[in-house]
Design a protein around this ligand. Structure first.
Ligand code: 5GP
Ligand code: MG
Length: 180
């Protein structure tokens, strides 16, 4: 697989190849389709990091869906998270009575997904499940019950396949660790 010029040379190493990601995303789509058969799923995507993951997942998913994009940002004071997650909530979207599947790129501290889940539950969905492409092996500030997870990874900063470092590397087809 080719890579946008220059991006790959900034990597220390590739953690997950484009092929490995594609295979795992296809497996996740098959499981989701089996779990939700007969239902319409409201897929809530946390932008921008989960964009590539969800775009690939949904094209493998044999189910009727509604797509909702959300932006959330956490505010960090120094090196420690303040735990405050600010969400731009889409006022016009109806979640009540819907089967909602919340998808993000990485389960890290858990604060973002935990805040989003709490907010979504106030809308009284018929069901709420959560999935991530990557789950870091680390202590959580907030535990979140994950229904779908692509890969367990070590507690390292990753880029590619939607995930950025200072706005760059999202369009890298693999997931990797940057050079120091
Ligand atoms: P948390 O679980 O700590 O609330 O935050 C998860 C969010 O932090 C993810 O959606 C992602 O945007 C960002 N994040 C966490 N770890 C990484 C990482 O290793 N690389 C990148 N690019 N973003 C990360
Ligand atoms: Mg994110």
């Amino acid at each position: 697989m080719t890579s946008p010029t220059g991006l790959l040379s900034d990597l220390d190493r590739v953690l997950l190849s484009a092929d490995a990601i594609r295979d795992r995303v296809r497996e996740m789509a098959a499981r989701i389709a089996a779990d939700y058969q007969g239902s319409v799923v409201t897929v809530v995507v946390l932008m921008d990091g989960a964009l590539f993951f969800v775009a690939d997942l949904l094209r493998q998913l044999d189910l009727p869906i509604r797509l909702v994009t959300l932006s959330a940002s956490s505010y960090h004071g120094g090196t420690a998270s303040t735990g405050e997650v600010r969400v731009q909530w889409p006022e016009a979207v109806e979640f009540a009575g819907q089967h909602v599947l919340l998808l993000d790129d990485i389960y890290d501290t858990g604060l973002t997904l935990s805040a989003l889940r709490a907010r979504l539950l106030t809308e009284r969905p018929a069901s709420l499940r959560t999935g991530v492409l990557l789950a870091k092996k680390r202590p959580r500030a907030a535990e979140v019950p994950l229904d779908y997870r692509g890969f367990e990874i070590e507690d390292e900063f990753v880029v590619g396949y939607g995930m950025d470092y200072q706005g760059r590397f999202r369009n890298l087809p693999c997931i990797g660790i940057l050079k120091p």
